[in-house]
Design a protein around this ligand. Structure first.
Ligand SMILES: [Zn+2]
Length: 475
């Protein structure tokens, strides 16, 4: 792991070394994961099958027995009873149709439980019994549009069971027993499948992320991770690359939602930044570079939601408007009206209001030394005196005050003097580093992701070399 400790300047070297040590590690790994996932899914399906029919087992058992005697006649003659019994039972268990029918109702907006029960053919007495007799009865009272409530009748048409599907992960079943209803909560946890993505920036980071198959939420997450070291509005250049190892969460074999980014790298204008998700021994989870320095810096470089503005990315327009002339000492971020503006760092709003020049403005004090200012806002979302945390939305981009078009005018001051936060990097508060005692654990826990990321990056480089310079591949 000596390679991982090298400085950022040695990125290309590190990548090649990694590739030699662990060639094409990512592909077999993915295949194994897929196999493991399938096995896990089958296991889950198998375990969950019989769970909701337990109390009708005796009835079902009789039906099965009848079916078995008719179906398995030919084999019973030829084999001892015990063997025929077990084999046919297995077969029947696998092909057995659902024993009870559930009639589902979808909760509509403005719905009440009473209405839903009525639609399903039951009455308030049934409803009252469930709510008063079960420990989870109150939870049935909290219904939301889009949820499913399903009903099951007994043989005489009375209510046998109600199932409240609160979310894909939580279902409560209320079932009538000998002494009234009882309830059972079923919690499922999605299965995390590791996957990866790689992209090259041709027009914008946002587009590159989309082309790599990342959701908008995932691209935002990526921007959050690197927001302290990269200005996602001004920095990205054609040819920059992103590489990610992340998790997708699956339920019943289908993607349920995005999981966490495990590791990511962003190569910006030839410089590579790596970030690894790491949970400290004390339980805190955050992203760190390979040296164990937190990716979370005291200030975001661009305090604006870049996903909303980068779609009309134009490299020529990206040069920072960092003017030294007196009337304009800040950075302008052109963005459409309504684009969220973030607090660059943790702090307290010391001024928020309106003036003819600034329009709607918010000023934030960060500790003793630092102040950030946000001008021409369409809307202010914070009040004077309010504490804010980094990345919290404090307003939206607008063109109020002396502004020719919608943009965020952002100023950064240290000890009352306008500064460019990127050029005074060394004077800014230091990001948290992992304690030395935790570094060995950090290296161990991020080792796999680090190797995957390096393999991804070298694969990508080869692929790009092949397509752009086929002749050089032979050298
Ligand atoms: Zn300006």
């Amino acid at each position: 792991m000596s390679a991982a400790k090298r400085s950022r300047g040695a990125t290309a070297l590190r990548s090649d070394q990694m590739q030699m040590q662990l060639p094409q590690l990512n592909l077999p790994h993915k295949r194994m994961l897929a196999a493991a996932a399938i096995i896990a899914f089958i296991a889950i399906a198998f375990i969950s099958m019989p769970s909701d029919n337990d109390d009708d087992a005796s009835t079902r058992g009789e039906l099965e027995a009848q079916a078995r005697t008719t179906e398995s006649q030919p084999t019973t003659d030829a084999t001892p009873d015990s063997i025929a019994d077990s084999s046919s039972r297995q077969r029947l268990a696998a092909t057995q149709p659902p024993q009870q029918l559930w009639a589902a109702q979808t909760v509509k907006s403005g719905d009440s439980l009473s209405l839903i029960f009525k639609r399903a053919g039951y009455n308030d007495r049934d409803l009252h019994q469930i709510i008063s007799q079960t420990s989870d009865g109150k939870s049935l009272g909290r219904i939301f549009p889009g949820q499913t409530i399903a009903f099951q009748a007994d043989e005489s048409g009375g209510l046998a069971a109600v199932r409240h599907v609160k979310s894909p992960l939580e279902t409560v079943t209320y079932r009538r027993g000998v002494s009234g209803f009882d309830s059972q909560v079923q919690i499922r946890s999605p299965e995390a499948r590791e996957t990866w993505a790689a992209g090259e920036i041709t027009s914008s980071l946002f587009m590159a992320g989309q082309e790599a198959g990342l959701s908008q939420k995932m691209i935002m997450e990526l921007a959050n991770i690197f927001g302290g070291v990269i200005d996602f509005v001004q920095d990205p250049r054609k040819g920059d690359t992103i590489h990610l190892v992340y998790e997708d969460l699956y339920l019943d074999g289908e993607k349920y939602k995005d999981g966490d980014i495990i590791a990511a790298s962003f190569t910006n204008q030839g410089k590579t930044f790596n970030a690894f998700r790491y949970t400290e021994a004390n339980g805190d989870t955050s992203y760190y570079n390979e040296q164990g320095v937190s990716m979370r810096k005291a200030f975001l470089l661009a305090p604006v939601d870049f996903t909303r503005i980068s779609s009309n990315f134009n490299p020529r327009r990206l040069h920072p408007i960092y003017k030294t002339s007196r009337p304009h000492r800040g950075t302008d971020y052109a963005a459409s009206t309504g684009t969220p503006v973030f607090a660059a760092g943790d702090g307290r709003v010391y001024k928020a209001g309106y003036s003819k020049a600034n329009g709607n403005y918010v000023f934030i004090q960060h500790g003793e030394q630092y102040v950030t200012k946000y001008l021409h806002l369409h809307k202010r979302k914070v009040k004077k005196g309010q504490r804010v945390s980094q990345s919290q939305v404090i307003g939206t981009v607008g063109s109020t005050g002396a502004a020719t078009g919608p943009h965020l005018h952002y100023e950064f001051l240290m000890n009352g003097v306008h500064r460019n936060p990127r050029t005074i990097h060394k004077k800014l508060p230091k990001a948290k580093s992992l304690p030395a005692a935790e570094m060995a654990r950090f290296q161990q826990m991020t080792n796999k992701a680090s190797t995957q990321l390096a393999a991804l990056r070298s694969d990508n480089r080869l692929a790009m070399a092949d397509s752009t310079h086929p002749a050089t591949a032979a050298h």
